[in-house]
Design a protein around this ligand. Structure first.
Ligand code: ADP
Length: 301
């Protein structure tokens, strides 16, 4: 089979591992920079071009679209979908995952555990928003933030109010969330492929920090999940419509709470911690489903 890997950089760990895994299973792989693709949106004849040539010979497309290029990246992916190339994750699901608020709305509708979260447009309601999530300490998040940037812990109501007002002053979209203290600065990354959690790791924040992101100095280690955590992660990925997802969970006194569903989970941390060939498992899933050409929204046939 012929695999297109949509990624800006062949040298990134995840891109490299996916390319290796595709080749190791006897397929062809080409890394394609989505920003260098251009498209032709004609009736019945969708086309996609790359560096002067038509791209029309792929069976599978593996999207590795960074948050900063979501708009154009998902448009390119959608074009592959129009041409009946099997997407490992669909463009619509990636767009949902990239919007934290939209994702939380979808998860809440499915009854998946979430920290109490509020969202408002006007700073005039800051006080009520704070009381809605149970008062301080609370967490304030920029909707557009990634890798823990734009996630602030406000210890007192006064601090919370000041931060909320400051963000509103900058016209930033924010959400305000109950602080799960008992998580102890740790979260759990569940790597979901299809209907299974294939790997998981615990990330522990460094001393004096509540954000456990590896980019913020957090450390990963192996972890054993409870059946409830497994099913929460799988249901969360399904609610967003992702075949491959990194579901981040906090261990709270009220059971697992989903923080985020990531549509382009990195492979370096999770393969390093677990020693598993996650790239190989992704390729295996794509192989199986591309043959049947079943996607979540296209259905069977
Ligand atoms: P990002 O998408 O930027 O990584 P997250 O929402 O995942 O932002 O938050 C970053 C980290 O902060 C999480 O991995 C977690 O360790 C911590 N964190 C986030 N929200 C909460 C919360 N409500 N309670 C406790 N810790 C939290």
């Amino acid at each position: 089979m012929r695999f297109a890997i949509l990624s800006r950089k062949p040298s990134l760990y995840s891109t490299r591992r996916l390319t290796e895994a595709v080749k190791a299973r006897g397929h062809e792989a080409q890394v394609i920079d989505p920003l260098r693709c251009y498209m032709n949106i004609a009736t019945h004849r969708p086309g996609i071009f790359y560096k002067g040539k038509a791209l029309d010979r792929f069976d599978v497309v593996v999207p590795r679209i960074g948050a900063s290029i979501t708009f154009y990246g998902t448009a390119v992916l959608r074009q592959f979908e129009m041409m009946d190339v099997y997407p490992l994750n669909e463009s619509v699901a990636i767009s949902r995952a990239r919007d934290k608020l939209r994702s939380m709305q979808l998860l809440s509708r499915k009854g998946i555990g979430l920290p109490v979260t509020a969202f408002a447009h006007s700073p005039d309601d800051a006080e009520h928003v704070i009381s809605m999530v149970g008062g301080a300490p609370l967490v304030i998040k920029l909707l557009e933030g990634t890798q823990g940037l734009g996630v602030v812990l406000a210890e007192t109501p006064k601090a919370a109010e000041s931060v909320i007002e400051a963000f509103y002053g900058l016209k930033a979209n924010i959400l305000v969330q109950e602080y799960i203290r008992e998580a102890g600065g740790a979260d759990i990354r569940c790597f979901v492929i299809g209907d299974k959690v294939v790997a998981a790791m615990k990330r522990q924040a460094k001393e004096g920090e509540f954000r456990s992101n590896l980019h913020r100095g957090g450390a990963g280690s192996k972890v054993k999940l409870t059946p409830e955590e497994r099913s929460t992660a799988v249901r969360a990925a399904r609610a967003i419509g992702l075949n491959v997802a990194g579901v981040d969970i906090l261990r709270s006194n009220h059971g697992p709470m989903v923080l985020e569903v990531n549509s382009t989970p990195g492979l370096e941390g999770i393969e390093g911690v677990t020693g598993l060939d996650i790239a190989g498992l992704m390729v295996e899933f794509a192989e199986k489903h591309a043959r049947a050409n079943h996607t979540r929204t296209r259905g069977k046939g």
